[in-house]
Design a protein around this ligand. Structure first.
Ligand SMILES: Cc1cc2nc3c(=O)[nH]c(=O)nc-3n(C[C@H](O)[C@H](O)[C@H](O)COP(=O)(O)OP(=O)(O)OC[C@H]3O[C@@H](n4cnc5c(N)ncnc54)[C@H](O)[C@@H]3O)c2cc1C
Ligand code: FES
Length: 670
């Protein structure tokens, strides 16, 4: 494994990498918290693409990165120049090496793309942010232009032979990496409680945020039998350690090569993967990891069940058994897997002619978000006595119970029926019985989630009806008003422009200048934690707030929000804090009832003598009423990172903080 960090690709001394300089020049960073992540996502995309990526690929690769303060337009604009549709970077002012050869911004290597595109230079259309791009690829020390060779995968690592690994960590933790299935099964027999790991995207969350501790961990990333990806007579054979990004690629190829009636399931899984986490997670997360985590909101498990997939399981004595996906999930995060067993692979059957599969996922937002409700549905239609009837159907919902739920009564009702509008009322009634959501169901938003279960089925019904109509099996076409319900969601590439007047009066004010920290942010992140400070250590005021200073930096007495206690994470795990619950006011109406108002916040908009005007009988209309605006659901904010170091034997401290309110921060430090 060769890990390249943001510091490795360029810095102020050696010169910035084109990706770094673009982000800095295009005003793509503010606090800089997210900046190294954006740089490395873009760098990884360029390094792994044989050809310049499309704009869509660029946006896809950034979907797993969050920025709270800059806004995505300048970030996307910064990187748009690397897309193959935009030649401006190649034609405008590409970097050159010592021999005068142009350096390709995509690869960082000498190339001839400048010559090829010069011809079209005058015709190329550019965005405003692209026009203002001026390369800053020079060494600040000696003024040399950026000529750093792209980092290569170290040959000594390339030549290294893989070895089975056994590592010992803190507190007696042992970590194994077998290279063969038999080694894995042997380790499994020795350590039945061992945690298997592939992408660590779930186990990492458990150990980091849920205090889970596993004494023995077995990484199965290098066991070839778990990496199989094969096209077989009856369907696809997918190894449990196959990464989701690999599966995406494989399914695309299979879809291109096989008959369309065979690949309806492949299409549905591929479409679901598009909105599964972001590229970073899909690159590491595995098929088996998702199945064995058995999360009630897994996006894939309802689909494995609906498509009729089977799971192959191997035990430590080499016995292989097969179980249907629909029988595998036993309870909340509980699966049909014994301590001496390992999930080997998934067998995904081909679909038959007139068999349709569709995926559904509703989340707060499309990208990198977990589902509120998701579903997988499959229906097979066959002809009987001149009618096309439902011969087999599978309807499975996720996010509505501890396990993915099959709508069993609805399925039974539909089999043997002619598919038409007349079925819908009864189907909806049965769905409500099959998928009951109690008022206090975990996850809340019960009415909305209940309506999603019905609307997903309605969309599926329309989809199958439409497919039948296209094939001439049904005369009933789809109402134009319903057409949008069957179209898969696609988002066009983002566009946006910021217009501003540049007022040059000999000062920096009003000029679109790159801010002072930008180059530091794109090239280097804070080295880390330097000390532990408690409320008693705050020398100045411990109170902050945007306008009214009514919040404590570190809680001294009453904890007012989750995590608001001053302990380092490790130490916090050992602390048992007893909270006594205070009466809480959780809604505006409760606050009004309790007369709990923020001081000095009464706002009244009035113009003239309103009472007199109303009493004068001269108003055409008097509208009275009350309006309430609910709070927005919170999205997380990044933690404040601060790097502090003492100088002058501690008489003075220097600080780099990601805060946007630096005067407040320095006030607190005083
Ligand atoms: C930021 C983020 C976004 C996410 N978004 C989504 C999303 O949109 N949709 C969604 O469904 N999930 C999502 N997840 C959950 C997670 O990505 C998936 O569950 C992932 O597929 C787990 O795979 P992994 O290889 O990382 O599993 P790991 O963490 O390595 O392992 C997970 C579990 O599976 C067990 N296991 C792994 N392989 C085997 C095997 N062969 N036999 C037996 N047990 C095995 C492990 O012991 C462990 O208990 C998200 C997670 C994160 C962190
Ligand atoms: S610059 Fe992106 S979070 Fe601040």
């Amino acid at each position: 494994m060769h890990i390249i960090t943001v510091e490795g690709i360029g810095d102020r001394q050696r010169g910035l990498h084109p990706v770094q300089e673009r982000l800095a020049e295009a005003h793509g960073s503010q606090c800089g918290f997210c900046t190294p992540g954006f740089v490395m996502s873009m760098y990884a995309l360029l390094r792994s693409s044989k050809h310049p990526p499309t704009e869509e690929q660029i946006e896809d690769s950034l979907a797993g990165n969050l920025c709270r303060c800059t806004g995505y337009r300048p970030i996307i604009d910064a990187f748009r120049v690397f897309a193959k549709t935009d030649d401006s970077l190649y034609t405008a002012s590409p970097s050159e090496n010592a021999n005068g050869q142009a350096i390709c911004p995509s690869t960082g290597k000498p190339c001839s793309c400048r010559n090829e595109t010069d011809v079209n230079a005058n015709e190329s259309s550019t965005l405003s942010s692209v026009k203002v791009y001026l390369p800053c690829s020079y060494n600040e020390i000696d003024g040399n232009s950026y000529s750093e060779k792209e980092l290569i995968f170290p040959p000594e690592l390339q030549l290294r032979k893989f070895m089975p690994l056994k590592l010992n960590g803190f507190n007696g933790i042992r970590w194994y990496r077998p290279l063969k299935l038999e080694q894995l099964l042997y380790l499994r027999s020795c350590y039945p409680d061992a945690k298997l790991i592939i992408g660590n995207s779930e186990v990492g969350v458990e150990t980091k945020f849920k205090n889970a501790q596993y004494k023995v961990m077995i990484s199965v990333t290098h066991v070839p039998e778990l990496h199989t990806l094969k096209v077989e007579e009856h369907g696809l054979h997918i190894g449990s350690a196959v990464r989701l990004a690999q599966l995406q690629k494989f399914l695309k190829n299979v879809i291109a090569e096989r008959g369309s009636h065979e690949t309806s399931s492949c299409h549905a899984i591929l479409r679901q993967l598009k909105w599964f986490a972001g590229t970073q997670i899909r690159n590491v997360a595995s098929v088996g990891g998702n199945i064995c985590t058995a999360s009630p909101i897994s996006d894939l498990n309802p689909l494995w069940m609906a498509t009729g997939a089977n799971f192959q399981i191997i035990d430590v004595n080499n016995n292989v058994r097969t179980t249907a996906a629909k029988d595998f999930f036993l309870g909340y995060r509980k699966v049909d897997l014994k301590a001496d067993e390992v999930l080997l692979s998934v067998i995904l059957p081909w679909t038959r002619p007139y068999e349709y599969v569709k995926e559904f996922k509703q989340a707060h937002r499309r990208e990198d978000d977990i589902a509120l409700v998701n579903a997988g549905m499959r229906m097979h239609i066959t002809e009987a006595e001149g009618n096309w009837i439902v011969s087999d159907v599978s309807i499975v919902y996720g996010g509505v119970a501890a396990v993915p739920l099959t709508a069993a009564k609805t399925e039974k009702f539909l089999v043997g029926k002619k598919l038409d509008d007349g079925l819908l009322d009864e189907t909806f009634n049965l769905l409500k019985e099959d998928i009951p959501l109690a008022e206090n169901a975990p996850g809340g938003m019960v009415e909305f989630r209940s309506s999603l279960t019905l609307s997903f089925f309605f969309k599926f019904f329309l989809y199958v009806t439409h497919e039948m109509n296209i094939k001439g099996l049904s005369k009933v076409g789809l109402d134009a008003a319903n057409m949008s319900a069957i179209q898969s969601y696609t988002r066009p590439v983002s566009i946006g422009a910021q217009g501003y007047e540049s007022v040059g009066q000999g000062t920096a004010v009003g000029q679109p200048m790159v801010h002072m920290s930008a180059i530091l942010q794109v090239a280097k992140c804070s080295p880390g934690f330097a000390g532990l400070f408690l409320s008693k250590d705050v020398p100045g005021s411990n109170h902050i707030g945007p306008i009214i200073h009514d919040e404590e930096v570190f809680a001294s007495d009453i904890v007012t929000c989750v995590g608001h206690h001053d302990n380092a994470k490790v130490a916090a795990n050992k602390v048992n804090i007893e909270y006594s619950e205070l009466p809480a006011i959780l809604s505006i109406s409760e606050a009004v009832k309790a007369g709990s108002f923020h001081p000095n916040t009464t706002r009244c908009l009035s113009n003239g003598d309103v009472d007199q005007c109303f009493a004068s009988n001269t108003c055409d209309k008097i509208i009275e009423g009350e309006i309430r605006v609910g709070g927005q659901e919170h999205f997380y904010m990044e933690p404040q990172c601060t790097f502090v170091w003492p100088v002058d034997s501690g008489n003075e401290i220097h600080m780099i903080s990601s805060t946007q309110g630096s005067p407040e921060a320095s006030e607190v430090c005083r």
